[in-house]
Design a protein around this ligand. Structure first.
Ligand code: MN
Length: 728
């Protein structure tokens, strides 16, 4: 019985793959037979029936000994106690890795998904099977399972049929395997829409005799004509496959008897000129249906299919399609990749290289060291730059190869990336920088209190998408920080000039200011100041008129108030800054208050918080309210502050700095003072005619040396023309 099974298989193999090594196949057969000994198919037959059938299909595809061997062993890793190393030592590494590849594909979880996802899944299949033989064996496996699907439960029939329709039939199509694609589709349809399937089958059955008579007649007519003109040809007539009729009915919204071209004829000839000759004779014999002629010989389909197609009207007005092609083209049409592969050895391609252009892109021939191997293994390289991974719910995500959990997180959503606190790959906690592999299941752990991306993520991630989103996060964070800083600086400037910063809350003034300074919102203005694109001094001096007007309207009694106060006129307000004894980094002349919660005193380690309303509030670093200072999400609002040097005798001095009216000059000087840790009590500047400006600055120094340092540094500021010592 089993020998009979083997003999039948060998007959098929010898017919389609005469080069196959019978010794190895016999060994694999015996091995699989033993391993599956106690297993039965759902049909009750011994399990070995299945691998044998798959091996026959693989042989029909024209594949090599290793592929046939692997087909016989394809379920050993999955369903029996066989190990990879056992396969490798018995049958070699190639067979072991082919079987392993098929096993991996078997484990891919399938759920019905939308179109793009299916495409990703199909690509993943191709990418996972680095050797195209893996896919071919897998397709053969599926074909036999579909052929024997009647023994499965209805649920399984439907789910397997959907999977076949969505993954395997398109794969077969992509690989150019028309015949297998049709068979897969017809079996699937049988379970997915049994009613309509039966309707079509019944119709075809009922019309069988007339159909066959019609096809015989056409075939005879064609044969006679071609024979009479001396063209050697083989002609087949067939009814189109069930699923293609079904599709036509669905797409055209017609009943089966309204459909035309259910019939297709195939004329196989030896040469390309013969193809065109045959076409001429057919168009001479029958009227053609306009718009139906297609020349896929001069323009092959992307899956390298070549043929001439035409539809003509036969006896009694029945239309039929004729496909004309060479035997080579036919082989390719039936078995696609496999056919090309097989034929490539026999026919040294030169001129017709071009027809396989796509396949060179898709597949790269792998140099095989074993000369006896008739067929070289093919590598799928097209997706080398992509990796396909799953979400825990089975959605396929495609990423650039080398991608990490960070890329994955941002591919899901920027909010997921920004709140990521960890990752699991295949249910194991993984590092952020772990490179992902095809088929990995990736889960991102998020937290509302996540600190957001860190800068080194930029060097870990591989996708532009992740990089852009991380940069956006930082830019947005910086904006908040800039807005906060700019607001403090702007309000300090208003305050210094004697205006209540709350003046900006008036709609009229705000709109006038925004128009004058060309900003959309106050935050935009603050961000520009915070960023350093505009100094608060400049901003405020440009809106002097608006401020005066608003202030006048606000407090009629202040009609005399100068828009610009000299330092000695603002001593009272100046004291606010001068007496704070705290230097705020980057923000000179900043209003400072001490937090009541921790009442810092000089010598305490302190930190400043930019308040929403009013300057910087200073906390002790160990104050519970300062705990947020370590939180990067609030980083923009916490500023570095220090105690101004004190305890030693200090004296107040002033400088009058003449300069050109240069944007940023005020900030440059302020920055120098901050960096020298010199407490500035007053600083103001005004523009003079002819592009000049003068800056007045009062500050505390402890020594002449310190003053000289200030003088030297300020003199070096670009635009500064002269410095005079002012009132002390
Ligand atoms: Mn199987």
């Amino acid at each position: 019985m089993q020998d009979e099974l083997f003999d039948t298989m060998m007959r098929t193999i010898r017919r389609y793959a005469p080069y196959a090594d019978e010794t190895q196949i016999r060994k694999a057969y015996a091995f699989a037979q033993k391993r599956h000994e106690k297993q039965k198919r759902k049909s009750g037959e011994p399990y070995i029936i299945h691998p044998v059938a798959v091996a026959e299909i693989v042989a029909e595809m024209g594949l090599d000994t290793d592929a046939i061997t692997s087909a016989l062993l394809h379920d050993c890793l999955e369903d029996t106690a066989t190990s990879y190393s056992e396969l490798a030592s018995e049958f070699g590494d190639t067979v072991a890795s082919l079987v392993e590849g098929v096993t991996k594909l078997t484990r891919v979880e399938y759920a019905s998904l939308e179109e793009q996802q299916m495409e990703n899944l199909r690509k993943m299949f191709l990418a996972m099977s680095r050797d195209i033989r893996v896919i071919l064996i897998k397709i053969a496996d599926r074909l036999h399972n579909m052929r024997t699907m009647q023994y499965q439960t209805p649920e399984k029939q439907i789910s397997k049929s959907m999977e076949t329709m969505e993954i395997y039939a398109p794969l077969a199509h992509r690989l150019g395997m028309q015949k297998i694609k049709w068979e897969l589709e017809d079996y699937s349809l049988q379970y997915l829409d049994p009613e309509n399937y039966k309707k079509i089958i019944d119709y075809l059955e009922a019309h069988k005799e007339t159909d066959e008579a019609f096809m015989r007649e056409v075939q005879q007519t064609l044969e006679n004509r071609l024979q009479s003109v001396g063209i050697k040809s083989t002609i087949y007539g067939r009814i189109k496959h069930v699923y293609s009729i079904y599709r036509k009915m669905q797409v055209q919204g017609k009943d089966i008897d309204e459909l035309y071209d259910l019939y297709a004829f195939r004329v196989l000839v030896d040469t390309i000129p013969d193809c065109y000759n045959v076409l001429g004779h057919i168009h001479d014999l029958y009227n053609l249906v306009p718009g139906r002629f297609k020349d896929y010989i001069s323009t092959p389909k992307p899956n390298m299919y070549q043929s001439l197609h035409t539809t003509v009207i036969g006896r009694q007005g029945i239309p039929f399609e004729v496909q004309i092609r060479t035997w080579d083209m036919h082989q390719t049409a039936e078995y696609g990749v496999a056919a090309h592969w097989k034929y490539k050895e026999g026919i040294r391609t030169n001129g017709d290289e071009q027809q396989f252009e796509w396949i060179r892109r898709l597949l790269e021939t792998q140099q095989d060291t074993e000369a006896e191997d008739y067929i070289h293994s093919l590598k799928v390289d097209m997706f080398d730059d992509e990796v396909f991974v799953f979400t825990p719910r089975g959605k396929v995500i495609s990423l650039p190869s080398g991608s990490t959990p960070i890329d994955f997180a941002y591919a899901i959503h920027s909010a997921v990336g920004n709140s990521m606190v960890g990752a699991k790959v295949n249910n194991r906690i993984a590092g952020y920088d772990l490179p992902l592999h095809n088929g990995d299941i990736v889960e991102i752990l998020t937290s509302k209190s996540a600190k957001g991306p860190s800068r080194d993520w930029l060097s870990i991630c591989k996708s532009n998408q992740a990089r852009t989103k991380i940069k956006q996060w930082f830019k947005k964070e910086r904006r908040e920080e800039n807005v906060a800083r700019g607001k403090v600086s702007f309000e300090a400037e208003l305050h210094r000039l004697g205006y209540d910063p709350s003046i900006m809350q008036g709609d009229e003034l705000r709109n006038a200011v925004l128009t004058k300074l060309s900003f959309e919102t106050l935050d935009d203005l603050y961000a520009a100041i915070g960023y350093g694109g505009l100094t608060s001094f400049k901003a405020v001096s440009r809106i002097k008129d608006e401020l005066t007007r608003a202030d006048r309207a606000h407090t009629k009694s202040s009609a005399e108030q100068l828009p610009f106060h000299l330092p000695d006129q603002t001593t009272q307000k100046g004291a606010v800054f001068a007496d704070s004894g705290v230097i705020v980094e980057d923000i000179p002349s900043c209003m400072v208050k001490f937090a009541r919660c921790c009442t810092p005193v000089p010598g305490d380690d302190i930190v400043g918080f930019i308040t929403k309303g009013y300057g910087v509030s200073v906390h002790r670093r160990d104050c519970p309210n300062a705990a947020g200072a370590e939180d990067p999400a609030q980083a923009g609002r916490w500023v570095h502050v220090e105690w101004a040097p004190s305890g030693i005798e200090s004296f107040s001095t002033s400088l009058e700095i003449a300069s050109s009216d240069r944007a940023g000059l005020f900030l440059d000087i302020a920055t120098i003072m901050t960096s020298l840790k010199i407490r500035v009590s007053e600083m103001s500047s005004r523009t003079l005619p002819e592009g000049k400006a003068v800056t007045l600055m009062t500050f505390q120094v402890h020594s002449r040396d310190e003053l000289d340092t200030v003088l030297a540094r300020v003199r070096a500021v670009p635009g500064v023309t002269d410095i005079k010592r002012g009132r002390a």
